[in-house]
Design a protein around this ligand. Structure first.
Ligand code: MOS
Length: 709
């Protein structure tokens, strides 16, 4: 029996396995590159191997005559395309439009052939001669050239008299902190299949934002957006790399139009290092002044990051300092250095995830300097209101997080003296850090339909990038309509469905979920008007009223919830073990407690946070996209040289959610969790390494040689 008057919260808040789990593990889930098409052609890019200059001569003769080749597109024969505004474009420079080379890895040709192997072979035969120009890919050698970048937050903020407070503060921590360039390394490299029919385009694309792709491609190709349909059924991770629209998507669509044939382009792992953005390295300067009891008097945070010559991308690495700790004076400042590289882009836990590295190591330094427990220091500087804007927080259960995680971890048993805790030759370190992540909300719409058999269909154009959308949205509709969640399915990832925002900024549960909540509530009201009563099958209600289906449209957009400072929070505790002779830090335990609004599905939520913690371990110990400054290219464009944590690097990860409903963030009471878990872990590990070894590490990733010093 199915009830339309069910008690509230029958499905929301209940752990539930992924509804799409079987489809994925059985290989039935269809990803962009799996899209079948008649007469499908394959495209492979040939890339420039210099970082700056112009193409003097391009020899495509051998490539054109290779077996199976249909066309070699270059800047000489690719039609001129319109520039695309950014965002949705991740990079304003569109390759194959001129002879200019502005970064190593920039496409110089797109070889199209009847098979993938033939296209790859043809691409390898393209020969270019360049007029080389002087270049610099290393922003750290030219920090004095840092300038203000145009982006979406304020560059600089200031409250109070930082100069005076710092001068009068009895304790001062003034240090520089560094994080490395990193890459998303989604398991599924970006892929696009473009098909034209009667002047209309269908793109099956690995994207986090189907409407963004539609907007960018329509603009570039000078056609009405209505003529572009973009679908993204499944994506094997995105983490930001598929959030904006990159040249390969636009060029694939343009080439397919020229060829009058469907065209597929799948990036190789190596190409993914330059085909879409990366997370920039950061140079963070923290200057903190405090009383002897640890009370903050001033925080000055400045950050510099690299960006391309042609675009401003600001990684806001001083952002967290604006909101996290109460201090009478706070100053933040962001600058960029233009270098000869591709344009960076957000990557999982952008801004705060990088910013908290500097701030939270600096706070640990302050705790030691003042002789105060690291957790106690955070509590002494707990912000009741946003210290920069003065606004109240929409919700904040950070105190509960500190308590829950500290208890679970056993923090009170810590001997604070560095090197004091050990097991034989192994030094044990315990460190902690706070996590804070911005809340991003987007307008969304959705439709919910009851079909004649009583099954429920949710339609929303949103994307599933692995976060659990295909399970969470059915839970919300099931909850409202009082049906089992197995009876609810969702159609998503398609611009023909009700419009939503991108699956980024940890925004989907809040934004799309609120639209689904609205549609399902309207549908429930309509069913009640049809005389539906408790324990009545929804299909029976329809047939009694002579209908085959009943739909309701819903929508939600942020903005009418008052003026709040809106964030998610967490407290992260980490244990590391470091051998005294061969000091390779191994993370042996992480406990995190989180304040992230109402948790819709504890199973998928926990998995999101654990995934984020694994990212944090990578950020602390492994991940770095090093460049060769003389060649201007990445040293290793592969997963052998770019290290991410393997199972053996990942210990038990404990996740606790503080009880919380944020009614200001969304009608669901939910906030975002997709990125929060990736924040705070790396500084907690760095602080644990200090506790174990007495070596203060201010640069990530932490390497063996730093600890030998
Ligand atoms: Mo996330 S970096 O907003 O996809």
């Amino acid at each position: 029996m199915i009830s339309v008057l069910a008690p509230p919260s029958r499905a929301i808040g209940v752990p539930h396995e992924r509804l799409d789990g079987k489809e994925k593990v059985s290989g039935r889930a269809c990803y962009a590159a799996d899209t079948p098409a008649e007469r499908l052609a394959y495209g492979v890019f040939a890339l420039a191997n210099i970082p700056r200059g112009r193409i003097a001569q391009l020899d495509v003769g051998r490539a054109e005559h290779a077996a199976g080749v249909l066309r070699i597109f270059t800047h000489e024969n690719m039609p001129r395309l319109n520039p695309v505004s950014s965002p949705p474009a991740g990079q304003s420079l569109l390759p194959l439009q001129s002879d200019r080379i502005a970064y190593e890895g920039q496409p110089i040709a797109l070889a199209v052939a009847a098979t993938l192997e033939q296209a790859a072979h043809a691409a390898s035969l393209v020969r270019a001669e360049y007029e080389r120009e002087p270049f610099n890919v290393d922003f750290r050698t030219q920090l004095e050239r840092a300038v203000e970048g145009q982006s979406f937050f304020e560059s600089d903020t200031r409250v109070g008299d930082v100069e005076r407070e710092l001068a009068q503060a009895p304790i001062r921590i003034a240090q520089r902190y560094r994080t490395a360039d990193r890459h998303h390394c989604a398991m599924e490299p970006s892929a696009t299949v473009a098909r034209w029919e009667n002047g209309s385009l269908t793109l099956d694309d690995a994207t986090q934002y189907v409407w963004g792709v539609r907007m960018a491609v329509a603009q570039a190709l000078d056609i009405a957006p209505e003529r572009v349909r973009v679908r993204s059924s499944y994506a094997g991770g995105g983490f930001g790399s598929k959030g904006y629209v990159w040249p390969h998507q636009v060029l694939t669509a343009a080439a397919a139009r020229e060829l009058e044939r469907p065209l597929k382009v799948v990036l190789t792992r190596a190409q993914a290092f330059t085909a879409h953005g990366y997370q920039t390295a950061s140079e963070q300067a923290l200057d903190i002044g405090a009383e002897r009891d640890g009370t903050l008097r001033a925080v000055r945070a400045t950050s510099i990051n690299p960006t391309s010559r042609f675009d401003d991308y600001v990684e806001y690495c001083a952002l967290s300092a604006r909101s996290l700790y109460a201090a009478p004076a706070i100053e933040t400042r962001h600058r960029v250095v233009h270098v000869d590289r591709s344009t960076p882009t957000p990557m999982r836990a952008p801004h705060d995830g990088v910013a908290m590295v500097g701030l939270e190591i600096a706070m640990d330094e302050l705790a030691y300097e003042a002789g105060i427990d690291s957790l106690e220091l955070r509590l002494r500087n707990y912000a009741q209101r946003d210290p920069t804007t003065g606004k109240p927080f929409s919700s904040k259960e950070l105190r509960a997080c500190y308590r829950l995680a500290a208890e679970r971890f056993g923090w009170s048993g810590r001997n604070p003296r560095p090197g004091a805790m050990r097991e034989g030759r192994v030094r044990i370190g315990w460190g902690m850090a706070t996590a804070l992540m911005g809340t991003f909300r987007m307008p969304a719409s959705a439709r919910v339909t009851v079909e004649s058999d009583g099954r429920v269909l949710i339609e929303a154009g949103t994307q599933e990038i692995g976060t659990g959308v295909r399970t969470i949205m059915p839970q919300i509709a099931a909850d409202v309509l009082g049906v089992p969640i197995e009876q609810v399915r969702i159609a998503l990832g398609d611009t023909t469905l009700p419009e939503t925002g991108g699956t980024f900024g940890s925004s989907t549960t809040m934004s799309v979920g609120s639209a689904v909540l609205d549609a399902a509530t309207r549908l429930r009201d309509e069913l009640r008007e049809l005389g539906a009563h408790e324990d009545e099958d929804l299909g029976a209600v329809l047939s009694r009223s002579g209908r085959t289906s009943l739909s309701a449209d819903g929508a939600w957009s942020p903005g009418e919830e008052g003026d709040f400072s809106m964030h998610t929070f967490g407290a992260v505790f980490a244990e590391v073990r470091v051998d005294e002779d061969l000091p390779i830090p191994r993370v042996s335990r992480v406990v995190g407690a989180y304040s992230a609004g109402r948790i819709i599905n504890p199973t998928t939520a926990r998995s999101q946070i654990q995934g984020g913690m694994v990212w944090g371990i990578g950020q602390a110990l492994l991940e770095e996209s090093s460049m060769d400054p003389t060649l201007g290219r990445y040293l290793s464009k592969n997963l052998a040289g770019y290290l991410v944590p393997a199972n053996a690097d990942v210990p038990e990860l404990e996740v606790i959610f503080a009880e919380e409903v944020d009614a200001h963030a969304s009608p669901l009471g939910a906030k975002g969790i997709g990125e929060l878990g990736a924040v705070g872990v790396a500084p907690a590990i760095a602080n644990a390494v200090f506790h174990a070894t007495g070596v203060r590490v201010r640069e990530l990733p932490i390497r063996l040689e730093m600890l030998l010093a």
